[in-house]
Design a protein around this ligand. Structure first.
Ligand code: AP5
Ligand code: MG
Ligand code: ZN
Length: 213
């Protein structure tokens, strides 16, 4: 299965990705996670990306396109993948199409998670992420058994640097301006699977599984 998951910040892309990759046994490729890893390791890419991510702006297309070209050419993507947070501009989608054409493969579906803006801020600001395994929690909607501690591996739960109300508001604005046009781009290819992301986490996953069947 070759899938893309798109939606505004805090829509639940990463949360659903955790269940999707387990069910379909495909790698989860999140450009946000890869960029944050680069920031942590203080790579050249990380230093460049940080300037944009701290404000909630998009990292320039050429940097993320190069990153994805490298990632998709690895062995584990042979039988499928789930792209989360990429593409994020029409230019990135065009670059991805060109690469897939070269590889002789096609996308199966683009999962579009719809959530109204007013729900997104609360979701992002209340998010907590495991420092070790990156599992995602929410203080109200998906709390860990013990506050501040990951259920899976006991890792420390932290807040992302860009999950402040001010930065989230800018990320939502950037989404509407630069990423929402992707939905029309993929609708024209007949690939869009619309999902109501305002429902509970398990319900959203059920909609996805039904839609992909
Ligand atoms: P990225 O990491 O992709 O962030 P994002 O798109 O802003 O999305 P989020 O990860 O914030 O939200 P999500 O949809 O994954 O929600 P989650 O499941 O965690 O990108 C970060 C930055 O990197 C960008 O701003 C940009 O600078 C840069 N970047 C990345 N890719 C790029 C690209 N291709 N080009 C250029 N720049 C790029 O859920 C959120 C919270 O809600 C959690 O607490 C969760 O528990 C809770 N929750 C989830 N589902 C539900 C539900 N159904 N009900 C209640 N709560 C829920
Ligand atoms: Mg995410
Ligand atoms: Zn963990």
């Amino acid at each position: 299965m070759r899938l893309i998951i798109v939606g505004p910040p805090g829509a639940g892309k990463g949360t659903q990705a955790e269940s999707i990759i387990e069910k379909y046994q495909i790698p989860h490729i999140s450009t946000g996670d890869i960029l944050r890893e680069n920031i942590k390791n203080e790579t050249h890419l990380g230093k460049e990306a940080k300037k944009f991510m701290d404000h909630g702006d998009l990292v320039p297309d050429h940097l993320v396109v190069a990153l994805i070209q490298d990632r998709l050419s690895r062995e584990d993507c042979k039988n499928g993948f789930l792209l989360d947070g990429f593409p994020r501009t029409v230019a990135q989608a065009v670059a991805l199409d060109a690469q897939l054409k070269k590889l002789g493969i096609k996308l199966d579906r683009v999962i579009n998670i719809n959530v109204d803006d007013d729900l997104l801020i609360e979701r992002a600001v209340g998010r907590r992420v495991c420092k070790t395994c990156k599992a995602t929690y929410h203080v109200k909607y998906n709390p860990p058994k013990e506050e501040g501690v990951c259920d899976i591996d006991g890792g420390e739960l932290i807040q992302r640097d860009d999950d402040t109300e001010k930065t989230v508001k800018n990320r939502i604005k950037v989404y509407h301006e630069q990423t929402a046009p992707l939905v029309d781009y993929y609708r024209a290819q007949g690939l869009i699977l619309n999902i109501d992301g305002s429902k509970a986490i398990g319900d959203v996953f059920d909609q996805i599984v039904k839609g992909l069947a």
